[in-house]
Write a protein that binds this ligand. Sequence first.
Ligand SMILES: NC(=O)c1ccc[n+]([C@@H]2O[C@H](COP(=O)([O-])OP(=O)(O)OC[C@H]3O[C@@H](n4cnc5c(N)ncnc54)[C@H](OP(=O)(O)O)[C@@H]3O)[C@@H](O)[C@H]2O)c1
Length: 257
Amino acid sequence: MAKALGVGIAQSYADQVEFQIADPSDDACLSFEAMVGQYTTVSRATSNQEVAEHCDVVFLAVKPQFLNSALHTVSWKETGPLIVSIIAGVGTLQLERITGSDRIIRVMPNTPCLIGQGASAIAVSDSHSPEDVETVRGYLEAVGKVVTVEESMLDSVTGLSGSGPAYVFSFIEALIDGAVLTGMARSTARELAVQTVIGASMMVEQTGEHTAVLRDRVTSPGGTTIAGLKALEENAFRDSIMSAVHAATDRSMDLGD
Ligand SMILES: NC(=O)c1ccc[n+]([C@@H]2O[C@H](COP(=O)([O-])OP(=O)(O)OC[C@H]3O[C@@H](n4cnc5c(N)ncnc54)[C@H](OP(=O)(O)O)[C@@H]3O)[C@@H](O)[C@H]2O)c1
């Protein structure tokens, strides 16, 4: 996720930003340098402490279970950096307790940030300075769309757009397999499935119509689409998706505990 954000931000801000990275994994550093280093300067810090001391904005991008081990030896300066956490589930109060800083903004991006098509949310409260919020918004807008939410909604954002790309990948794969089952070549099925998802998504966005209205327009009485929709209903398609968002939201809450 750090790479996805890094590439997008580096492409948009090019000469205005430099990155310093710390990660115990040599491979992770090399891969970040290879991808983000094409657009701006990337240097490797010897410790998380070094990043905390030298950077104006620090992104926390570890898995929730590694947060304590990543930060327990780090001491932050009194006028410390703006800390941006992309970590699912871990609340601002907990982050403040761990870092001793009150200059923290939580965000939830998703992996399409890598190609500038991210969907991100910023949790904004009255305690944030407008300048800090605008700084973070600018970075996230460089990699896609941004909404602001109250922090209490951030687990739901994780369940929807944070985990959502995986649901959509599964949906596309199922479309392809369905067509392959009917005898279509996989490459042709892939092309049609991907463009169908892009096209339908863009129709929802550009027409502003309710999805039910758009669906009804392509569902003629006794036709093929209603036969397909009935099969989806019989297999609890919409219930499955709603349950997926709910389960991922619950899991995000668990991770913060
Ligand atoms: N993946 C998504 O779609 C997504 C979407 C939104 C938000 N997020 C959030 O983004 C965060 C990162 O997720 P991810 O999928 O990018 O995980 P990831 O691929 O495991 O990346 C986390 C990186 O942090 C490194 N790390 C571990 N311990 C560290 C330490 N002590 N100091 C510095 N770096 C350390 C890891 O190194 P090692 O490889 O050596 O462990 C790894 O390179 C998570 O909190 C997740 O909730 C993820």
